[in-house]
Design a binder for this molecule. Structure first.
Ligand SMILES: Nc1ncnc2c1ncn2[C@@H]1O[C@H](COP(=O)(O)OP(=O)(O)O)[C@@H](O)[C@H]1O
Ligand SMILES: [Mg+2]
Length: 269
C-alpha cells in the first residue's frame, strides 16, 4: 500500500446522497490509498451500491465531494472528470454484459470507446485480457452461453480492458458457488500484486472479505460505523461490526426489555 504521505487514490469527503426526500448516505467519508483493497460492507439496502455509483460520478451527492487521483469529480460533461473516470474500471452488480455481443466484442467495447487503437491491436489486447481471467477460447461465445462464474470473469475482463489503475466491483461473487468465488478473489489479489491496482469492492461474503480486504468501511444507517484495518475490526468484542463478523444476531433494541448497544454486552468467547 502507498505511504500515508501520498494523496489517496479515492477520497470521498462528507458525502450525503438522497433519492428525492429519502436520504441514503449521510456524511460518508472514505480514503483509499494506492494498491489498497478496500471492502465496503453492510446490510443489504444500507447504501453500498449508492456509494459506489457516487464514487464513479453516476450519482451526484447533495453535499460533499469525491476526488479520484486528486481530481474532483464534477459534472458528467466536464473534460477533467471524463479523463479521470477513464482511469477507473467498474464491475457492476450483475455483470451487465451486452447480450447481443460476443464476449470478445463486450471486452473490446471500452477500448473502442476510450482509445483510437487499430482493430488488430484491440483484438490482441482482448485475447490477453481474456487469458488473464482464464477465458481463453470463450471470446466467440455469447453471454447466455456462459456459466455465472464465466460471465463475472468476462465482465471483469471488460472492466480491465483499458488497464485502469483503479477498479470498482459491486458484489463480484454474489450468486457464485464458493469455489468460483474463491477463484475471483484470487484474481483480484493477483491484479493487485502484479499490476498494483487499487480496488474498491462491495461484498458481504465473509470468506471473501477475510481473504482480500486490507481495510474495510462498514456502513450502517447511511453512515460509516467502522473505517479501518480488517485486523482491527476482528478485534472488536461487541457491536454491529463484531456481530457481522461473528454472524451474531443483534440484541433487541434498548427499551424493549433487552440491552441495546448503549451498553457493553459481555459475551462468552
Ligand atoms: N434509484 C433509486 N431510487 C430510490 N431509492 C433507491 C434507488 N436505488 C436505491 N434506492 C434505495 O436506497 C437504499 C440503498 O440502496 P443500495 O445503495 O442499492 O443498497 P445496497 O447496495 O447496500 O444493498 C435502499 O433502501 C434502496 O431501496
Ligand atoms: Mg447493492
Amino acid at each position: 500500500m502507498a505511504p500515508l504521505s501520498e494523496k489517496p487514490i479515492v477520497a470521498a469527503t462528507d458525502l450525503s446522497v438522497r433519492y428525492g426526500a429519502f436520504r441514503v448516505l449521510h456524511e460518508v467519508s472514505v480514503a483509499v490509498r494506492r494498491s489498497e483493497i478496500r471492502v465496503i460492507l453492510g446490510a443489504s439496502g444500507c447504501g453500498k451500491t449508492t456509494l459506489l455509483k457516487t464514487l464513479v460520478g453516476l450519482l451526484k451527492p447533495s453535499s460533499g465531494s469525491v476526488r479520484l487521483f486528486d481530481v474532483e469529480i464534477g459534472e458528467q460533461d466536464d473534460p477533467e472528470t471524463i479523463a479521470v473516470l477513464k482511469k477507473a474500471g467498474v464491475l457492476f452488480q450483475g455483470g451487465a454484459l451486452l447480450g447481443s455481443l460476443t464476449v470478445e466484442e463486450n471486452v473490446a467495447l471500452p477500448l473502442e470507446m476510450h482509445t483510437s487503437l487499430p482493430p488488430r491491436l484491440i483484438k490482441e489486447i482482448v485475447a490477453y485480457k481474456l487469458s488473464q481471467v482464464r477465458l481463453t477460447g470463450s471470446g466467440p461465445l455469447y453471454p447466455a452461453e456462459l456459466s455465472g462464474g464465466m460471465r463475472k470473469r468476462a465482465a471483469l475482463a471488460r472492466a480491465l480492458a483499458h488497464d485502469p489503475p483503479l477498479l470498482f466491483c459491486d458484489e463480484p461473487s454474489a450468486g457464485l458457488d464458493p469455489i468460483t468465488a474463491a477463484g475471483l478473489d484470487r484474481l483480484l489479489l493477483d491484479l493487485r500484486r502484479t499490476l498494483g491496482i487499487t480496488i474498491v469492492v462491495v461484498t458481504h461474503e465473509l470468506r471473501s472479505i477475510e481473504t482480500i480486504a486490507d481495510n474495510i468501511s462498514f456502513l450502517q444507517d447511511g453512515s460509516v460505523l467502522f473505517d479501518g484495518a480488517l485486523a482491527d475490526a476482528a478485534k472488536l468484542t461487541y457491536g454491529p461490526v463484531h456481530d457481522f463478523f461473528t454472524r451474531t444476531e443483534p440484541p433487541p433494541p434498548a427499551g424493549s426489555g433487552g440491552q441495546g448497544y448503549g451498553f457493553i454486552v459481555e459475551r462468552d468467547p
